[in-house]
Write a protein that binds this ligand. Structure first.
Ligand code: 7PM
Length: 275
């Protein structure tokens, strides 16, 4: 599986790819209204593309620990205009971060090129709808739900359990009609995992990478505040380091906020590994 296709666009997975995280939560400090938010999002996306993002991840539901659910209409209102505008302006594949079937359907119609589901297509209706879009999908592991997942995550063998879960979900997607090359797996760093779980997953990432192309998201996560021993506001260097460690273990796509810095690290990685 050296590439995945999205319509007429292809992302080569021979080299690690960068997915830039686009913030589309409304700007509460401005009274500029929806146009202002959309304009901000487009500028942000444009900079990430210039800095080297191969994909842009658009999400209208906050999955941060403790977050409450967002209504279908609110999620659609946040993401659809952004997807339409990105699709009209850029060639970059748009990844849609959602767990709702209606948002998957309308997002695909608006031009999304990939579905990123932190609930791994387990919500009612999502497996069928996602399969019907024909788009590639990222299946992520999460223990519990965002509201309470960090309360006391427990595993007997976190690497084995996460890997087994993802292999099972992947098989269910294959049965539903997905092509093997259209399925990415993601261990879900920080989603119902404490620091020791996150570190074990990173350490053992090769096991998952042996199964399918892997996407990882560690960017600016709390685990770095814990490692650095302070609630360090600046987690960029830590995040880039961890992204590189994942790529060394075989990750195909890194989902990041800091595209330019990650792109520089991957340039060095490539220069060493592709003489
Ligand atoms: C607070 C904590 C805010 C965590 C936001 C987050 C992933 C994802 C997210 C991931 C995939 C973030 C996360 N994380 N999708 N969505 N993998 N596939 O850092 O690790 O943006 S939300």
């Amino acid at each position: 599986m050296l590439q995945f296709k999205s319509g007429d666009r292809t992302v080569s997975l021979k080299r690690p790819a960068i997915m830039g995280i686009l913030n589309v939560t409304p700007d509460s400090f401005s009274d500029g209204g929806q146009f202002h938010d959309l304009d901000q999002a487009l500028h942000h996306a444009e900079s990430m593309i210039e800095e080297g993002a191969d994909l842009i991840d658009v999400g209208g539901e906050s999955t941060r620990p403790g977050a409450e659910d967002v209504s279908i209409q609110l999620e659609l209102d946040r993401v659809i205009p952004v997807i339409e505008a990105l699709e009209a302006r850029f060639d970059t594949i748009i990844s849609l971060d959602t767990s709702k079937p209606q948002v998957m359907r309308e997002g695909a119609a608006a031009g999304a090129g990939m579905i990123n589901d932190v609930r791994a297509l387990q919500e009612p209706g999502t497996l069928e709808i996602a399969a019907s879009t024909g788009l590639p999908v990222c299946l992520m592991h999460m223990q519990g739900q965002p509201r309470s997942m960090q309360h006391s995550p427990e595993y007997s063998d976190v690497v084995a359990e996460v890997t087994q879960f993802l292999i099972k979900r992947r098989q269910i997607c294959l049965n539903a009609g997905f092509d093997a090359s259209q399925i990415l797996l993601d261990p879900g760093f920080g989603f119902g995992k404490d620091l020791s779980h996150n570190l074990a997953l990173l350490r053992g990432l090769e096991q998952l990478c042996a199964e399918a192309p892997v996407l990882v998201g560690l960017s600016r996560k709390r685990m770095f505040g814990q490692i650095l021993g302070s609630d360090s506001a600046n987690r960029v260097v830590a995040s880039v380091t961890a992204a590189l460690l994942c790529v060394q273990r075989g990750a195909s796509i890194v989902r990041v906020h800091d595209v330019q810095q990650t792109a520089q690290a991957l340039e060095v990685y490539r220069a060493v590994n592709e003489p």
